[in-house]
Write a protein that binds this ligand. Structure first.
Ligand code: ADP
Length: 428
């Protein structure tokens, strides 16, 4: 599908400036999220999600939701595959807006979960890059196949703009060896690429940088613990803008308690269940990734639901919350020890940005470490970047809304401009 003739790119007349807009795609196994972003101004021009891709059996339909200029359009249609999902999304841009030719698409950015050891930054996609991402499927069997599929169909349908892959692992590619090495037989580890990679890197990098900009400080001068608490959750210790450790590992399963993932457990739990519960590898994979975490303990994984259950006196929900907080606190303590001095703890993502109980509970009892949350600042109105610690603490506790799509869009522009240098994109 032709969007912008070669001669007009970058489109200097686009309503969104010289860099036009970037279409950011996030392909999951049964969903395709998209957002059209102005990489300079930072606003989301339009966004949408195609859900239940390939789930046409049993009368279940795919659902497409497209939001533009404050209007939300929802359709139920059959979506057999990712190609059809993207075709539907592109059709909605033409029908409801904005027309992609007017938006001046500068690049298509693809969120890719696993970049292995080879991708340490965004790359402009060509056939070789697709093959290399495909080769990483054994490391991320739950994520990379959908990412590769998304890239393939998007390159076919949007063949006249550059495509850029932005990796969840890239920010953590510079972790020190003592942080990324697992204490197992080194030959087995080397042969099978077993090491910590870390995920949510785009968000951790964006938030650590945003903290510095909000405070008017240099990122080089700050030690920050970033707590990305969404349905998936991860923590990182960032010293001078560089990560020195992170909680997710070979896959996004390690670390914090999450919506549906267990996070850290004794690996022998797997052997025990295989031997005594007759569970196979795939069943164990599903158990720990999809049926564990808050969902496994409390029966719900949305923290609003969890709060409702706790308020109703549900003891499983109360315990799930306590386990979640206990794990988080252990990571805060561990990362404080690694950093030596913590200037900022930054909460981000769905739970981190919205759940006042989680933020208060994580920081409770840490006054001796110079960490506290001010109750009024924590629960006060406001949805932007803000400080929620009292004035006396040595560590600032902040809420920093993550903007993964914007961060991906900016990395796309940098990658494309790196090939063909033009004006730099401002960051904000
Ligand atoms: P992901 O990108 O991993 O799907 P998000 O960062 O969008 O996750 O976070 C989604 C989660 O955020 C929801 O499952 C829910 O638990 C939590 N959440 C969203 N809004 C609120 C809210 N107002 N209060 C408490 N938790 C919330």
């Amino acid at each position: 599908m032709s969007i912008v003739p070669e001669a007009e790119r970058p489109n200097p007349y686009s309503a969104y400036g010289a860099h036009g807009s970037v279409l950011v795609l996030n392909s999951g196994s049964s969903s395709l999220k998209y957002q059209l972003v102005n990489p300079v101004g930072g606003e989301a021009i339009a966004a949408g999600i195609v859900e239940r891709i390939g789930e046409t059996s049993g009368g279940s339909q795919g659902i497409v939701t497209h939001t533009f200029a404050g209007n939300r359009t929802r359709r139920e249609v059959e979506v057999p595959d990712h190609g059809e999902a993207l075709r539907l999304a592109l059709g909605l841009f033409e029908e409801i807006g904005p027309r992609l030719a007017d938006a001046g698409i500068y690049a298509v950015g693809h969120r890719v979960v696993h970049g292995g050891s080879e991708f340490s930054g965004p790359v402009v996609v060509d056939d070789d890059v697709v093959a290399r991402i495909d080769a990483l499927v054994p490391l991320a069997p739950l994520h990379n196949p959908a990412n590769v599929q998304g890239i393939r169909v998007a390159r076919e349908l949007l063949d006249d703009v550059p495509h850029v892959a932005v990796f969840d692992t890239a920010f953590f590619s510079s972790l020190p060896a003592e942080a990324y090495t697992y204490a197992i037989d080194r030959q087995v580890a080397a042969e099978h690429d077993v090491r910590r990679y870390g995920f949510h890197g785009t968000s951790h990098q964006y938030v650590a940088g945003k903290v510095a900009r909000v405070l008017g400080r240099r990122v080089q001068d700050l030690n920050t613990i970033v707590l990305h608490l969404g349905n998936g959750a991860s923590a990182s210790a960032v010293s001078g803008g560089v990560p020195i450790d992170t909680s997710m590992g070979l896959t996004p399963l390690e670390g914090l308690v999450m919506g549906t993932r267990s996070g850290d457990i004794d690996p022998a739990v797997v052997f025990h269940l295989a031997r005594n519960a007759g569970m196979g590898i795939d069943e164990l994979d599903r158990l720990l990734n999809k049926r564990s975490g808050v969902l496994g303990m409390a029966g719900v994984n949305d923290f609003r639901e969890l709060r409702r259950l706790i308020d109703e006196g549900d003891e499983h929900a109360a315990l799930a919350f306590d386990v979640y907080i206990h794990r988080l606190k252990k990571y805060v303590g561990a990362y404080a020890a690694l950093l030596g001095r913590v200037d900022v703890i930054a909460f981000t993502a769905g739970v981190g940005e919205n759940d006042t109980f989680v933020r208060a509970a994580v920081c409770e009892g840490l006054a001796g470490m110079g960490i506290a949350v001010d109750p009024e600042r924590n629960t006060g109105a406001g949805s932007g970047e803000r400080i929620i610690s009292p004035d006396w603490t040595s560590t600032l506790v902040m809420v920093i809304p993550t903007q993964e799509e914007l961060a991906i869009a900016r990395q796309c522009v940098e990658a494309v401009d790196g090939q063909h240098p033009t004006a730099a994109v401002t960051s904000g």
